[in-house]
Design a protein around this ligand. Structure first.
Ligand SMILES: [Zn+2]
Length: 227
């Protein structure tokens, strides 16, 4: 019997599905793999994801949102809540596909005195009635700190977090034992430059993403000043 045949069928299915989702993310141009990439931290890695590009293909986002909705279909959901533009697009797709027909609301995230902070517009606050069942949606979860703040916020307002759905989650993230469903669960291996196996083999280093980050200046236009 081969090693693959001995594997738990559910694990094999998860692995296959994850490969399909990675392929979808690759087609949006957001996911780069099999490369030798310089990270902003100075470390080297083989994979990189450009968060802003993840939700640029509506049919892909709808398909991925439907997979998340299907996973949570057995739980009644009153509201889908997210922060950030990418997660908001995904949360709309999840809500559209969920049998409970939940409403979609969104918070804002930012920094206050060097600390992360999430807030919810006043108009949305009164929609979270005591006991409201809330599904949190995020695009990429790297540290989990935004989601943990969002959980605190919902609970302060008397709502119940029924689950967390995301596209990508680093496997090392802890979310307070909440039911988390992610289409991809993956950590990138990262290396210090002096210990990097790709540097040792002389593979050229791709500095594109770091360069782009340093030279990051969004396109903008402005109203002319009054004469
Ligand atoms: Zn290297």
């Amino acid at each position: 019997m081969s090693a693959a045949a001995r594997k738990d069928p559910a694990a094999v299915e998860t692995e296959v599905r994850e490969k399909i989702h990675l392929e979808i993310l690759k087609r949006t141009g957001a996911y780069h793999a099999n490369d030798h990439i310089l990270l902003p931290s100075g470390q080297h890695t083989t994979e990189y994801i450009e968060k802003t590009l993840v939700t640029t293909e509506p049919s892909f986002t709808e398909g991925l949102g439907a997979v998340i909705a299907k996973h949570f279909a057995q739980w009644p959901v009153d509201m889908v809540l997210s922060t950030g533009p990418g997660a908001l697009i995904l949360s709309h797709c999840v809500a559209r596909a969920h049998p409970s027909r939940p409403i979609v609301v969104y918070g804002a995230k930012g920094l206050s005195g060097g600390k992360r902070r999430v807030s919810l517009p006043v108009e949305f606050q009164r929609l979270i009635r005591p006991g409201a069942k809330i599904l949190l949606i995020e695009d990429l979860v790297s540290t989990g700190s935004t989601l943990n703040l969002l959980i605190n916020l919902v609970e302060q307002l008397g709502g119940l977090v029924v689950g967390i759905g995301c596209l990508w989650r680093r496997t090392s993230v802890e979310l307070d034992n909440r039911p988390v469903f992610s289409l991809v669960s993956r950590d990138f291996p990262t290396y210090d430059p002096d210990k990097c196996p790709f540097c040792k083999r002389g593979v050229p280093l791709n500095e594109e993403f770091v360069r782009r980050r340093h030279a990051r200046r969004p396109s903008s236009v402005q109203e002319p000043k009054e004469a």
